[in-house]
Design a protein around this ligand. Structure first.
Ligand SMILES: Cc1ncc(COP(=O)(O)O)c(C=O)c1O
Length: 510
């Protein structure tokens, strides 16, 4: 059938005034979780410093159209990148006067890219190894699994202790083989916020002649200041012999807008295999230190401005606020019967689990959300129970006093509601279904049954702009059922179900 309205020559519709577009964006943004205000404990890092957003946005705008593809064409970007790398290196035990004076690095788009590149550099340093492998604690960030997948490197996960949530260096040593090109540890881990025994792990890696990467994406910009404030932070940076590379994300605790991480190597020879170079075509010779080729200067300039503005004193003050917020939140958790901290907080994470079968964590997460606190549920894994993760930033400090009473109220409501009872057929499905057996019909039926829908369109056609203001987004208000289903499924089925669900959401707007 031919659609009379369809006009392939005008797929975008007529241009609309700037104000209309911005109004559309603002309506869409109302769907989102609150990025400011200290009540969102994942995804965003908010220092609540007056004027900082405006500064970062102005800096972003200044360099948004600059292209990081060629540092000789845009020396401003090169200068800013070198300054960011220098600052990160000095913060993390490198630079002049240190035991790692030759540290070099690159600015990447985020933690995942930094980790992929750390794995690539390690892999390509050993072209003679046909089937390279990396040894990672089971608690290492999922980005290492992504790196392994993308780069066709095998992953050797080492279990972590259910008590300490850390791997034993002896187990890491035992996992290292002749094909191991990289050993990994976290400072700290995302899920629980604990710092791995970096010195011991780096020592066993060095003894085996293998690189050791410290993933400090999450905590690299807080641990040094927490240490200066007196916290007992164990050695985790270039001061540790055997640490060959470190990643630290500026879009996390350096409080820069999204899109900036730094990957450091102890020296230029270690970094060399990270580069990609190609001259064998008729166009420009491509020399890329990172995955992207064309890169906006926006995030880099915004990070540069953020670091310059906050400075040492700013980060020290923000670390103190964060430390106090962490201790207040941890106290609130300790005060609740039926909740247990997964670990004593040693960085900027508060993570707790339930010790009471009648207190369902997934119901609790919903009850907290209903009270305006957005926490992150973590599914059970191996012998670790499901938990609730709180990434704590400086903006939380003024909210801590409100959290305790709300937590108590949410716990009481969760107990009153009782645990999620998965319908028998869903429980059976979760435990018996294999990922391969998932059909599109089954997925669509499951998604509909769980209340997973599609977000309203952004455009102004057919009232879609209105739809986007009124809905609550693509997820049901209460997620406990979805989380309970996922929790009952093994990891491979979780992955497949979520790929399918997210795929259902990511559909073009016509
Ligand atoms: C320890 C750690 N490594 C890596 C990453 C991945 O960072 P990104 O989301 O910026 O890719 C994260 C993100 O939370 C992290 O916490």
């Amino acid at each position: 059938m031919i659609d009379e309205e369809r006009d392939e020559r005008a797929p975008l519709g007529p241009g609309v005034p700037a104000e209309t577009v911005l109004a559309e964006l603002r309506r869409l943004r109302k769907l989102d979780r609150p990025t400011h205000g200290g009540r969102l404990f994942a995804y965003v890092y908010d220092p609540a410093v007056p004027g900082l957003d405006e500064l970062a946005v102005a800096a972003y705008a200044e360099s948004a159209h600059v292209n990081g593809l060629d540092p000789t064409a845009f020396p401003s970007l090169l200068a800013m990148e070198n300054a960011l790398v220098g600052a990160a290196a000095r913060l993390l035990g490198g630079g002049p006067g240190s035991t790692a004076p030759d540290v070099v690095g690159s600015v990447t788009s985020g933690g995942t890219e930094s980790l992929i590149l750390a794995v690539k550099a390690a892999r390509d340093a050993h072209p003679e190894i046909a089937a390279p492998r990396i040894v990672v604690p089971a608690s290492a960030h999922a980005a290492f699994a992504k790196a392994a997948h993308y780069l066709r490197v095998a992953l050797d996960p080492v279990p972590v202790s259910a008590e300490t949530l850390r791997p034993a260096a002896a187990d890491i040593a035992a996992a290292i083989g002749p094909e191991t090109v990289l050993v990994v540890c976290s400072a700290p881990s995302y899920a629980h916020g604990v710092v791995d025994p970096v010195a011991e792990i780096a020592a066993v890696a060095a003894a085996a002649g293998v690189r050791c990467h410290v993933d400090a994406c999450f905590g690299g910009w807080t641990l040094p200041w927490l240490r200066r404030l007196g916290a007992p932070v164990p050695p985790f940076d270039f001061a540790v012999p055997g640490v060959t590379s470190i990643s630290v994300d500026l879009h996390k605790y350096a409080y820069a807008p999204k899109g900036v991480s730094v990957l450091l190597h102890r020296d230029a020879a270690l970094r060399a295999p990270q580069y990609f170079a190609f001259a064998d075509w008729p166009g420009y010779t491509m020399i890329n230190p990172v995955i992207a080729s064309t890169r906006s200067g926006g995030p880099i300039a915004a990070a540069y401005a953020t670091l310059r503005h906050l400075g040492d004193d700013g980060y020290l003050r923000l670390a103190a606020l964060t430390r106090d917020a962490v201790s207040g939140l941890a106290d609130a958790v300790r005060g609740v019967d039926g909740l247990r901290l997964m670990a004593e907080p040693e960085s900027t994470v508060v993570c707790f689990t339930s010790t009471d079968p009648e207190l369902d964590l997934f119901v609790l997460v919903d009850e907290l959300a209903a009270r305006g606190w957005h926490t992150q549920p973590q599914l059970s894994y191996a012998d670790l129970p499901a938990s609730v993760h709180l990434t704590v930033t400086a903006s939380v400090a003024p909210r801590v006093a409100e959290f305790g009473p709300d937590l108590l109220a949410a716990v009481a409501a969760a107990r009153a509601a009782g645990p999620v009872r998965l319908p028998d057929e869903l429980r059976a499905l979760a435990s018996t279904l294999t990922p391969e057996a998932l059909t599109p019909d089954l997925v669509a039926g499951l998604a509909a049954g769980l209340g997973l829908g599609a977000v309203g369109a952004a455009g102004d056609g057919a009232g879609a702009g209105e739809a986007s203001t009124s809905g609550t987004g693509p997820l049901p208000e209460r997620m406990a059922l979805v989380n309970a289903l996922l929790d009952a499924a093994p990891p491979a089925l979780r992955e497949r179900l979520l790929v399918e669900f997210v795929g259902l959401l990511q559909r073009p707007t016509w």
